[in-house]
Design a protein around this ligand. Structure first.
Ligand code: DON
Length: 554
């Protein structure tokens, strides 16, 4: 997989040449989980919008065409790179806990109902904030394509048909979900029309985010809370604020990695893992050798241990920065021949299955502005609660809090203080929108769904790119693995287990436990800069049905 040095030099020199003769040749591009949504974003740039305009329009479109995770009833993160030297920004529109929540609200299992787990949605405020500060086209024009997709309907693809059939069969008691999404007999090509959602989106388009947070939509949401025993009040909605935060920045072998700060754990963990690996000649071994898989796993184990101990909402529990030389000190604790038992890194910890789904999309425009956006309802279709009359799904994000303060089990859950539930608090996230720069210019935009595996999916893509110089398609398609401290085991993707069984056997010999393989890990819709042509290369992750859309010559 490694390029010979000569080829690499040719590549790099052609990159420099191209960069000087074509300062801005690249066409804007969007890569998302839905062809319709990517096309909406590309059309916005075609009409003169920038990457933030395109991201806002794509996000609203995904709320229609990818209802498993695209949303207006959830939350997420938008990382923005500016080509003019301004520092990057991170728009945090993570859901917050309603005022009625305290540390013990989710203590008992029976308290963790879909209605109670709904956080105050952040998406509409977050997209409005990003647009107001960094966008260019009128707000209304960015939502109108989503209104049309909802009102006129669109042809579902095989993935969505399957997801709809699954959720409709499993959730027979959810009356509004059944009414809005119909019978579980969907097949590819069928048309999904969402009239109520179209009306809600039109209100947001016409009246701005206040229509959602204090107008008639807020009334419908709070009424549903009343019916289902949920906690969100009108005051919670009116008080929701998206935050602009400073992204985390690290360096790795001459690249700059810009990542997600708390309340995400993504950037912290990814930069910690890179800081550890930089102390080793990673690329001296094949990508799927036991040596490289071992080093990556040991880095994952250590970063996830720190994640469990330290991270939460920075407005409540500031994590502080890691001391200089921390990565080097951790690297020195790695035995190159033997797995470190996770128990040696202290304490007990978590495992909750991470049900699909979240969604990531990447955008760049012709001027070099880049957006890396991951947002979610937490589980697939969130809590499966559609707000009656408003047509949108509610998140069940508050399940990301540590449910039982002080109770940390070796196989079960974390109870450390940083991420205990509290009024107005944001639950800790693993969403990791990431941008990589070389000499100040964007070379890679990436991110993924997958709960706690998100961090390692992004880590794998970055290592494929920065250490192994794989092609863009290989960087995204190559098999992945996951280790999250506890449970103390490597979870390989099926393709890794199938194609690299000998390396996994060697890892077992080194003391690693290997869990049964999973079919797929993540869905990393990414954009790379082609160093030869300077063009953007959009790569939809082949694991699912995403697609790229490019701005055409005008
Ligand atoms: O914020 C988080 O880390 C999770 N709520 C994301 C959930 C997720 O990715 C589910 N699966 N794909």
């Amino acid at each position: 997989m490694r390029l010979p040095l000569l080829a690499l030099l040719v590549l790099l020199s052609s990159c420099t040449q191209q960069a000087s003769t074509h300062p801005n040749p690249a066409h804007g591009i969007v890569v998302s989980a839905s062809q319709n949504a990517s096309t909406v974003g590309a059309q916005v740039m075609q009409r003169g919008g920038n990457a933030v305009d395109a991201a806002v329009a794509t996000a609203f479109a995904l709320a229609v065409t990818f209802p498993e995770a695209g949303n207006i009833g959830g939350g997420g993160f938008m990382l923005i790179h500016f080509p003019d030297g301004r520092p990057p920004v991170f728009v945090d529109y993570r859901e917050t806990a309603p005022a009625a929540v305290d540390a013990r609200t989710f203590f008992r299992k029976q308290d963790r109902t879909p209605h109670r787990l709904a956080g105050v949605p952040g998406t509409v405020r977050g997209l409005a904030l990003a647009h107001e500060r960094y966008g260019r086209l009128p707000w209304r024009d960015l939502i109108q394509p989503a209104v049309r997709l909802a009102a006129d309907g669109f042809a579902v693809n095989a993935d969505l048909a399957e997801a709809l059939n699954r959720v409709l069969k499993a959730q027979g008691d959810k009356v509004e979900l059944q009414r809005v999404f119909g019978r579980p007999a969907w097949k590819a090509g069928d048309r999904l029309v969402q009239g109520d959602l179209a009306k809600t989106l039109q209100l947001i388009a016409d009246s701005g985010p206040d229509a959602f947070y204090s107008g008639s939509v807020a009334d419908l949401l709070v009424a549903e809370m009343g019916r289902g025993g949920g906690l969100i009040t009108k005051a919670d909605l009116a008080g929701y604020r998206a935050q602009v935060r400073t992204p985390l920045r690290g360096t790795y072998r001459g690249y700059e990695v810009v990542g997600a700060p708390p309340p995400s754990s993504g950037g912290t963990c990814i930069i910690e893992m890179l800081n550890i690996l930089e102390n080793f000649d990673v690329a001296a071994h094949e990508r799927f050798s036991s040596q490289t898989l071992h080093l990556m796993t040991e880095a994952m184990r250590r970063a996830y241990a720190d994640r469990a101990k330290r991270l939460g909402d920075p407005d409540f529990a500031p994590a502080g920065s890691q001391p200089a030389g921390y990565g080097k000190a951790l690297a020195a604790t790695i035995d190159l021949r033997k797995a470190t038992p996770s128990a040696e890194l202290a304490g007990d910890v978590p495992l909750r299955d991470e049900p699909e789904n979240t969604t990531h999309f990447s955008v760049v425009d012709s001027g070099g502005m880049a957006v890396s956006n991951t947002y979610t309802l937490e589980e697939s279709f969130g809590g499966k609660i559609v707000v009656p009359g408003a047509g949108f799904l509610l998140n069940n994000e508050l399940g990301d809090f540590n449910p039982q303060p002080g109770i940390t089990t070796r196989t079960g859950q974390i109870g450390t203080p940083a991420n205990v539930a509290g009024a107005g608090k944001r639950p800790l996230s693993s969403m990791s929108p990431t941008i990589v720069l070389k000499d100040g210019r964007v070379v890679l935009v990436t991110g993924s769904p997958g709960g706690r595996t998100i961090i390692n999916t992004v880590f794998c893509v970055l290592i494929n790119y920065m250490d192994y110089h794989m092609s863009p398609q290989e960087c995204v398609a190559a098999p992945r693995h996951h280790h999250q401290w506890f449970p103390d085991r490597i979870v390989p993707e099926a393709a890794l287990a199938r194609d690299h069984a000998a390396a996994l056997a060697e890892l077992r010999g080194m003391g690693h436990a290997i869990a049964p393989a999973v079919g797929r890990q993540g869905d990393a819709h990414s954009i790379f800069r082609d160093p030869r042509t300077n063009e953007w290369v959009g790569v939809a992750d082949p694991r699912r049905a995403g697609a790229a859309a490019r701005v055409m010559d005008r």
